[in-house]
Write a protein that binds this ligand. Structure first.
Ligand SMILES: Cc1cc2nc3c(=O)[nH]c(=O)nc-3n(C[C@H](O)[C@H](O)[C@H](O)COP(=O)(O)O)c2cc1C
Ligand code: SF4
Length: 683
């Protein structure tokens, strides 16, 4: 083990709490709260990280301390009354049982929330200044509101202590009430809580003082804050250093958890949760600067995805605890794998941002590449060998669905052969990764491919399987994971059109002016617009949606838009492609404005479309007739997590046939992996 890595395994003491190593997960709101409580699903999600060796896991991102900071948006945790205490106790027991520490983040969101939820209370803030991200206009807090919220923080802290948690942090990051008071971008007050930085720090000092008085000395209390808001009229790095060192020197905080940026609008939000377009550890320097000024342990998260970077951050003394938050969403067993000399087996977060983006559309946090995360009640992170019959399994297609199926079947102890017609595995993900800033997607394939080879799967690349070849393998189970082919749509003149897949694969190399029509609103079209504009094409991207890249989430869409603006891509929402015809050596495309029903023409050199994929199902159809189950997955059995009846009842010489991933219907990487995991874990 290198000396840097060894540094990760040194325990850290804060007050009477000893954390067994330097690796942690920061608080986040995964959308798993139920009725404002962290119930079984939520607890098992964190218990898995504890089982995987993490030192400290913090839950309850943005847990509310008062009624006008509702827990309903994003299904968060509410600490407003004592009914949450038994859940905390059960949660602490679960995590402590695996040797990790458990803390919570409590907060008042101020203006950064919604008023139109269950309680319909107006949101509050230091000043009536609207936050673009949450879109709420707050009521200016009266002195009585300030006193009420300070009290609410202290009462909530007591509930955390009674619940057996090891500590808490209050949030002064991402634009919550605490930093709304600090930041001139949100605080225009003229009383003792506004104006000078000293005045703006007052609210936080009152909150932390009240918490300490309420919980006593034997409880860890820290604070999350930005090291530089990077906003016009926001907190500068110097302001942040002053706040951190002032609060630390007053003895108000036992640790400071530092981020870079803020989250007041779409772009700053994307920066605060850096996706794969960012370099690694982009804001470590901000945390490091605070560590030099403030005499308390410093925690830091932000795109530290690999253990080498994590170890360097600790070993070089930049920070005291390294948070690998999304890294643990992708693989909750990082620390144990590292300790066991199995670093190669860590499924590294690729920074796709699918987890965070889902919660902003009311969903739950799920990992693009790990379908077990957040489903610990039903899906295994560690697939165990079967105690039943060992089967011979043939898998057709080495995209992510086929690879995951092969991995899970091999872990179950079955003998697996995988056919892939291309010379390398990865399928459509390989194409997606050819786009300008999406290259890190290849990490998903690299890990799966490495695992299946290590597990002894017979991987036959460059081999297009026929029904005859499959039958010759004498399989008990056949899984068709042949993926989908890009669809050209139903436009008049479709033969003059190419698809985004044609561009990414290099089958066409457009030059001149290009009309790109997007029917899907996902990454593909936006990525291809950027690729073509980077190559010098004049690109107009049209979509019948209200927005460009409408399906792409909060932390990814701004990056696409930024790139397209920079590259001069013309963006035309509410436009539908009707037909394409030839005019000389150019093309004429007819677009219909979906709002006004008027038509416009474009004279261009190329038309590229993104209309999703249609299943590549020819082989499945051929194999269906001879299969024991006519290719049908029994859905109730699948949902109950039991072995498919067709597999249980197989007679000699028969095979059961299943179809997964885009070979069924075009969806996404997560759906493909989940199809594979939930079907194959029960074979
Ligand atoms: C699904 C999700 C929800 C989050 N919610 C919160 C939150 O409520 N409060 C908070 O301080 N940070 C929140 N975060 C930010 C994380 O704590 C962390 O700062 C971020 O993921 C960057 O660290 P990483 O690159 O190690 O993942 C959230 C992150 C994710 C992925
Ligand atoms: S969805 Fe993407 S960013 Fe989130 S944990 Fe998984 S790989 Fe990482």
């Amino acid at each position: 083990m290198s000396s840097n890595i060894e540094a990760l395994f040194k325990p850290l003491r804060i007050r009477n709490m000893v954390i067994r190593n330097r690796v942690m997960s920061t608080s986040h709101a995964p959308g798993y709260g139920k009725d404002g409580k962290p119930q079984e699903r939520y607890q098992l999600y964190h218990a898995e990280k504890a089982k995987g060796g993490i030192g400290l896991t913090m839950f309850g991102g943005s847990s509310s301390v008062d009624h006008d900071s509702p827990a309903t948006p994003w299904n968060q945790v509410s600490v407003v009354d004592d009914s949450v205490i038994p859940y905390f106790q059960q949660f602490s027991d679960r995590v402590h049982g695996h040797g990790a520490k458990l803390m919570i983040q409590i907060t008042h969101m101020g203006r950064r929330t919604r008023w139109d939820t269950d309680a319909w209370l107006p949101v509050i803030g230091p000043s009536p200044r609207r936050e673009p991200a949450s879109r709420s206009m707050p009521k200016e807090m009266e002195i009585e509101d300030i006193r009420r919220v300070v009290r609410a923080f202290a009462d909530a802290a007591v509930r955390c202590k009674k619940g057996g948690l090891d500590g808490l942090e209050i949030s002064g990051a991402h634009g919550h009430l605490l930093d709304q008071f600090w930041s001139p971008s949100a605080n225009d007050r003229v009383d003792e809580y506004g104006g000078s930085l000293e005045n703006r720090m007052r609210f936080g000092i009152e909150v932390l003082t009240a918490i300490r008085e309420a919980v006593g000395e034997d409880f860890v209390v820290g604070m999350r804050m930005s090291g530089n808001e990077m906003l016009q009229n926001g907190l500068s790095q110097e302001d942040c250093l002053t706040i951190a060192s002032d609060y630390a020197s007053r003895g108000l905080v036992d640790f400071v958890n530092v981020i870079g940026g803020q989250a007041r609008d779409e772009m700053s939000h994307a920066v605060s949760l850096p996706n794969m377009s960012f370099p690694v550890a982009p804001f470590l320097h901000l945390a490091s600067a605070i560590k030099r000024e403030a005499d308390v342990p410093v925690f830091h998260a932000q795109r530290i995805m690999d253990v080498a970077t994590a170890a360097r951050a600790i070993a070089e003394g930049h920070i005291d605890m390294v948070a690998m938050t999304r890294a643990h969403i992708a693989d909750p067993h990082i620390v144990n794998k590292l300790a066991a000399g199995r670093a190669d087996d860590i499924r590294q977060c690729v920074g796709a941002g699918y987890c965070i983006d889902r919660i902003y559309v009311g969903g739950d946090a799920l990992c693009l590449q790990n379908a077990a995360t957040g489903r610990e009640q039903t899906m295994p992170h560690d697939v165990q060998p079967t105690t039943g019959t060992k089967h011979r399994i043939a898998i057709i297609g080495g995209g992510v669905a086929g690879l995951e199926a092969a991995r899970v079947c091999a872990l179950r102890g079955h003998s697996v052969v995988l056919f892939e017609r291309e010379n390398e595995t990865g399928g459509q993900v390989n194409l997606a990764a050819k786009a300008t800033w999406r290259e890190a997607l290849t990490g998903i394939v690299r890990w799966l491919d490495g695992q299946v080879r290590k597990l002894g799967v017979d991987v036959r690349t460059g081999t297009e399987a026929t029904a005859e070849m499959v039958r010759l393998e004498k399989p008990d189970i056949v899984i068709v994971a042949t993926g989908g082919s890009a669809w050209r749509g139903e436009f008049e003149g479709a033969d003059l059109i190419h698809t985004t897949a044609d561009v990414l694969s290099g089958a066409v190399n457009p030059s001149g002016s290009v009309l790109l029509f997007d029917e899907m609103g996902q990454h593909n079209a936006a990525s291809v617009a950027e690729v073509m504009a980077t190559r010098g094409c004049l690109v107009e991207m049209a979509t019948h949606d209200r927005l460009i890249a409408q399906e792409v989430g909060t932390t990814n869409q701004p990056i696409h838009l930024r790139e397209m603006y920079k590259l001069g891509v013309v963006m035309s929402p509410n436009m539908e492609l009707r037909e394409v015809s030839r005019e000389g050596n150019r093309l004429v495309a007819v677009l219909r404005n979906t709002m006004t029903d008027t038509e416009e023409e474009r004279l261009i050199d190329h038309v590229i479309v993104e209309c999703g994929t249609l299943p590549r199902d020819a082989l499945y159809m051929e194999l269906k007739e001879g299969s024991a189950n006519h290719g049908q997955t029994d859905l109730p059995t699948l949902l109950q997590g039991q072995t498919q009846p067709a597999v249980e009842g197989l007679k000699s010489g028969e095979y059961a046939l299943f179809r997964i991933g885009d070979a069924v219907a075009g969806r996404n990487i997560h759906a493909a992996l989940y199809d594979a995991l939930r079907l194959c874990k029960d074979f």
